[in-house]
Ligand binder design. Structure first.
Ligand code: 3HC
Length: 657
């Protein structure tokens, strides 16, 4: 082994058997920041000039090859050399450059690898071009080199979805030339020496395999339908499908498209979301707090919510003990959980062995004392204070004093539930969203007396469950339902002021929500909210504006889609505007002598956004939410707010006053 040369702070080289092994070490993810690009350029120039060097191996330190361009540099003044310049020099080198992909090679990281003359990967490597998830397209040759290696349809699929693949799939697609489970660098040096002196395989010079236009058309249509008007996937299709033109022309087009998207609003919004997600699990003042170990999770109440939580927990490798009131109810719960696992098997998400292994980790019971081995118990029983406090008192008697107790309540005060126990410090809220095995958001409720390591346990379990945890303080409805209530209230004010349900829904869908608010109400059914309004009718502040339209609808038997009518009519199951609803709305307006007026989509969105953002400001002032980004994440992941708009707080801050 030779001496180490530092080409920059994060790029070093070492000569092994006349091959320059270049290692990128730029924690945490070896991003291709200015220092790394500069170091790579120097290393390549050195390799070209040094007569005793026969080739280059490129690899990364720790778990990553290169995690992509440095996203933190986006929006700052450009620093030379750019990534395309480095990549061009790399591909043009007269000596072989072999990528030894040791871990994640993403975005610009994969683009570096694609320009190498040969790629080998460790079985742990994963690779992809996730740029569309950041509102951009690859900007350093990805759209032009990947199709030359794996064909247009496969490249389209990867680039437009942003999904990453593991080493073996990458091998079968043709992204890498080999997967090596022995010493990767050693193998890469050996390949480099084999390639030295022979003509090099430069990806930009490879012919593009012809693809069936009908297949490409079908795939593109599918991608566009999913993209719902977002630009990056459409641009990715355009760039990939025009790959047969001269390489330099495609590259220039790609770079211009990348730069324009990168400097746009949607990319800024998605970067905000990216960093907010990484920030969310960090609780100020709690750095270094060790979570309690959790292996066995008890779940009380095996209804829809409890079963979903059980499936998520089994999928994450936990042992699960499900409790319900009677043996029959517990057995019904078990069947429901197995049904969900069977669906996962049918869709290929788990295989037969995985299914059997998960079922083996599940047991059910109707006896409290069977929860004794649990490290964490999550209750998902009926949302009633008496029911929950009774359960927590019983749990207190059967589980170890250091086991964590979590309530999944949506609206009750978890401090009151904690107060019913002998060790309130071990109680927190884990507010899942339905279906709990699918929805990513998890509100982690920090109760008044929750111990720091109990909160840390909630966050650690959330991460293992592959959820996105957001910490919230105690307030009715926590972050999500508080903002949602403000949003709903404003939508009803809009109705009274002159907008119709379908106009509000169209504005929301045009903005990027998957479904309008009133269509969602109809799907969920209107009766639960109606019952709640009736319960609180007597205590309502009479001075507050109250919109009666929803009550009138319910009184008329319009309880939603299941009833065949709600905010819309459903002849033959198809959602249609109903003049009867318009008449009810007009009657309510007339009863309050409101002169209605027309609202543009922009006005509708602006009012709804203002209502959400104002409520968000209140939550921040009350200390319920720690950061604006947390509020944005909750609305994006729990309530359908479009991610490419960055969430209500971000979007509101962008709109001119
Ligand atoms: N640039 C700058 N910082 C990055 C980064 C990037 N590309 N990727 C991750 N980070 C930071 C995170 O913000 C986080 O910072 P923090 O510690 O201060 O919170 C830290 O690295 C660790 O990130 P994760 O918590 O996500 O770490 P994981 O180990 O869970 O995951 C990863 C690692 C798979 C690399 C994941 O971070 C990831 O997916 N990163 C984004 C990859 C990506 O999108 N790359 C494309 C960038 S755009 C591009 O390359 C354009 C090109 O075409 C020109």
């Amino acid at each position: 082994m030779g001496e180490q040369t530092d080409f920059s702070t994060g790029v070093s080289g070492e000569v092994r058997q006349s091959v320059l092994v270049v290692t990128i070490d730029n924690p945490p993810v070896n991003a291709a920041s200015a220092d790394v690009r500069g170091g790579l350029a120097k290393a390549l120039a050195h390799a070209e000039e040094a007569i005793d060097i026969r080739g280059v191996v490129l690899t990364g330190a720790a778990k990553t090859f290169i995690g992509g361009a440095d996203i933190r540099e986006f929006g700052q003044a450009p620093v030379e050399p750019t990534l395309p310049t480095v990549i061009e020099a790399l591909e043009a080198l007269s000596k072989p450059v072999v990528a030894a992909i040791n871990g994640s090679a993403l975005g610009g990281g994969l683009e570096v690898a694609l320009a190498c003359h040969h790629r080998i990967a460790s079985p742990l490597a994963q690779m992809g071009l996730p740029e569309v998830k950041l509102g951009i397209v690859p900007g350093a040759g990805g759209t032009q080199r990947l199709p030359r290696l794996i064909g247009i349809p496969a490249a389209l699929d990867l680039i437009a979805s942003g999904r990453s693949v593991k080493a073996h799939e990458a091998l079968s697609l043709g992204i890498v030339d080999d997967v090596v489970d022995t010493d990767l660098t050693k193998a890469a040096v050996a390949v480099t020496l084999e390639l030295a002196g022979s003509p090099l395989r430069r990806t930009s010079q490879l012919p593009v395999s012809p693809a069936d236009p009908a297949d490409v058309e079908k795939l593109s249509a599918k991608i566009l339908a999913k993209a719902r008007g977002q630009r990056p996937p459409a641009e990715a299709i355009r760039l990939v499908t025009s790959v047969a033109r001269p390489f330099a022309e495609g590259l220039a087009d790609e770079r211009a498209t990348f730069l324009a998207l990168r400097d746009g609003q949607e990319a800024a919004a998605l970067r905000h979301v990216f960093f907010a997600e990484r920030e969310a699990a960090k609780v100020p003042g709690f750095e270094g707090v060790e979570p309690r170990p959790v292996k066995v999770i008890g779940i009380c109440g095996l209804g829809l919510m409890g079963s979903g939580i059980a499936v998520a927990a089994l999928g994450a490798g936990y042992t699960v003990i499900g409790l319900d009131q009677t043996e029959e109810a517990a057995e019904t719960g078990r069947q429901r959980i197995i049904g969900l696992l069977e669906r996962a098997k049918a869709s290929g998400r788990i295989d037969e062995a995985g299914f059997a292994e998960q079922v083996a980790r599940l047991s059910i019971t109707a006896a409290d004392q069977d929860l004794a081995p649990c490290d964490l118990v999550i209750e998902a029983v009926f949302d009633d204070l008496a029911v929950k406090t009774d359960l927590f008192r019983r749990l207190d008697r059967v589980v170890r004093p250091d086991a964590v107790l979590a309530t999944n309540t949506s609206y009750l005060n978890p401090d009151e539930i904690a107060a019913a126990t002998a060790h309130p410090g071990r109680v927190l809220g884990l507010h899942f969203f339905s279906p709990a095995h699918v929805m990513r958001l998890l509100e982690v409720v920090r109760c008044g007396r929750t111990a720091p390591n109990v909160l840390a346990t909630g966050l650690a379990v959330a991460k293992k469950l592959r959820k996105l945890p957001v910490v919230t303080g105690v307030t009715e409805g926590f972050i999500g339902n508080r903002i949602f209530s403000a949003y709903r209230r404003e939508a009803e004010f809009l109705l009274e002021d002159g907008a119709l349900p379908h106009e509000i829904d169209a504005a929301l869908e045009g903005y990027g929500f998957p479904m309008g608010l009133f269509a969602v109400y109809d799907m969920a059914g209107l009766e639960i909210a109606w019952a709640r309004r009736k319960r609180f009718a007597a205590s309502r502040d009479r001075k507050e504006r109250y919109v009666e339209i929803a009550d009138r609808l319910c009184e008329a038997g319009r309880l939603g889609q299941k009833a065949g009518r709600g905010w819309y009519a459903y002849p033959d199951g198809k959602r249609t505007i109903d003049p009867e609803v318009t008449a009810i709305i007009e009657a309510c307006r007339a009863a309050k002598s409101i002169t209605s007026r027309q609202f543009s989509s922009e006005e509708i969105i602006s009012r709804l956004l203002s209502a959400m953002a104002s409520e968000g400001e209140v939550l921040l002032a009350e200390g319920i939410a720690a950061r604006t980004g947390d509020i944005d994440l909750v609305m994006i992941n729990g309530y359908g707010f479009p991610a490419h708009k960055g969430g209500p707080m971000f979007a509101k801050a962008q709109t001119p006053r």
